[in-house]
Design a protein around this ligand. Structure first.
Ligand code: NIG
Ligand code: FE
Length: 412
């Protein structure tokens, strides 16, 4: 691919040297003014003052001129979604708003199990089409990398169908889809045997196929009263580690215990954490496990927000993701959710943008994206505004005018 010089941008948020962990102030964003980006072979080869770049490129680069008043940010990374589902749970939402709890609804026929029925009834190609549609909605928000979990199949055959659908969808979208196996979402109600038997079967029969078909290198589990206990998951995660999978955990959503397991197994991330206490916060802050807040689930369920301020102040690496799913988090709007969390938890703009860019990349164990600097993927979003603060100020209603993936304009 040829070299292109893109710009000038009024402001470009680079996060070149911004720390991986802990609290941040807005002067740590590293804002380049009147900036340009030189792109070649999908990667950033230079970033700097637009006029200087124009001179140094000596007409070698094709120029792609920006309109006046534009802000360039790293492509956002949604590091926790459940896009691979069929059906919807509008009735669960109505029941919750009328006073029923998430767990009560699950026990009385709604919840995860009802989405499992719909997802099992969908064909692989139906599911692929759904994933493509949702991924395109996220792309229009400036999201260039999307994690997608299975977890609504809950049998070897059905989990494979979902993970194959995610991999198929990748062939039709330009954003990167990062699949994760969440066969340990809950014990399937039609499984004849104990939770341990189910997990054992998945680990011994599904994990090898995930490897041989290269369907995913990530294993997730929901540790909660309604799903699996820390003890039940022990063997499962040991097997995953032994087979060199990255581990991620649905932790401390309604009660504590998941983050302790996450830290002990050196999970790449512990997600939810709405119920985390000072003990879990300290554990996470002193670990390499990224703490992922999912404000969409707090808004969708009507429960507490993840203690993001405390996590950052203790030194944790905090990411924010949509958790987009038909049950707890049906909204799927990353910037809106991140700004609501920022208002509730008092997060700086630097902390918010870091949480949906390079810190979210860390949650996915990806080191090639999330910052705008030489050598990283040329993934970025462009807004029509002269001040980046307007992006959070408008709480997600200011949308990007362009999205670039690996140096190619993929949305305008
Ligand atoms: O991350 N908590 C567990 N899993 C999802 C919700 C799944 C569902 O309700 O369908 C979550 O919130
Ligand atoms: Fe989730």
């Amino acid at each position: 691919m040829d070299k292109i010089l893109i710009g000038p941008f009024s402001q470009l948020l680079s996060f070149d040297h911004t720390p991986l962990k802990g609290a941040l102030t807005d002067d740590q964003i590293e804002i380049a003014k009147y900036a340009g980006i030189v792109v070649e072979d999908g990667k950033i080869v230079a970033i700097g003052n637009y006029n200087d770049l124009k001179k140094s490129e000596h007409n070698e680069a094709e120029l792609l001129l920006m309109a006046d008043d534009t802000v360039c940010v790293p492509g956002y990374i949604d590091c926790h979604t459940h896009l691979a589902f069929a059906g919807n749970r509008a009735n669960d939402f109505a029941l919750r708003n009328a006073g029923a709890s998430y767990l009560e609804i699950a026990e009385s026929g709604g919840g995860i199990w009802s989405t499992v029925q719909h997802t099992r009834a969908a064909s692989e190609s139906d599911l692929t089409a759904h994933i493509i549609q949702y991924a395109k909605e996220l792309l229009a928000q400036g999201i260039t990398t999307i994690e997608v979990k299975s977890g609504y199949g809950l049998s070897i055959k059905e989990e494979l169908k979902i993970l194959r659908a995610i991999n198929k969808a990748q062939q039709s979208v330009s954003v990167d889809l990062i699949p994760t196996c969440l066969a340990a979402h809950m014990k399937p109600k039609d499984y004849n045997g104990s939770s341990e038997d189910y997990l054992n079967e998945i680990a011994h029969e599904l994990f090898p196929v995930l490897k041989s078909e290269q369907l995913t290198n990530r294993i997730d589990a929901f540790i909660e009263k309604s799903a699996f206990t820390a003890d039940q998951i022990e063997q499962y995660f040991s097997k995953a580690k032994e087979m060199d999978f990255d581990i991620t955990v649905h932790a401390d959503q309604f009660s504590t215990s998941g983050s302790e397991v996450a830290v002990r197994f050196e999970a790449v991330s512990a997600d939810h954490l709405e119920a985390s206490t000072d003990l879990e916060i300290e554990l996470l802050a002193n670990s390499h496990t990224v703490a992922v807040a999912l404000p969409g689930a707090s808004i969708g369920i009507g429960c507490a927000f993840t203690p993001a301020r405390k996590l950052l102040d203790q030194g944790a690496c905090l990411a924010i993701a949509t958790d987009w799913n038909p049950g707890s988090a049906p909204m799927g709007q990353l910037m809106t959710q991140a700004t609501i969390l920022a208002t509730a938890e008092k997060l700086s703009n630097a902390e918010l943008f870091a949480a949906i860019t390079y810190r979210a990349a860390q949650a996915l164990n990806l080191s090639d994206r999330g910052r705008l600097r030489k050598g990283e993927l040329a993934d970025f979003a462009v807004y029509k505004t002269d001040n980046y603060q307007n992006i959070t100020y408008r709480q997600g209603t200011l949308k990007p005018i362009q999205v670039w993936k690996k140096g190619t304009l993929i949305y305008t």
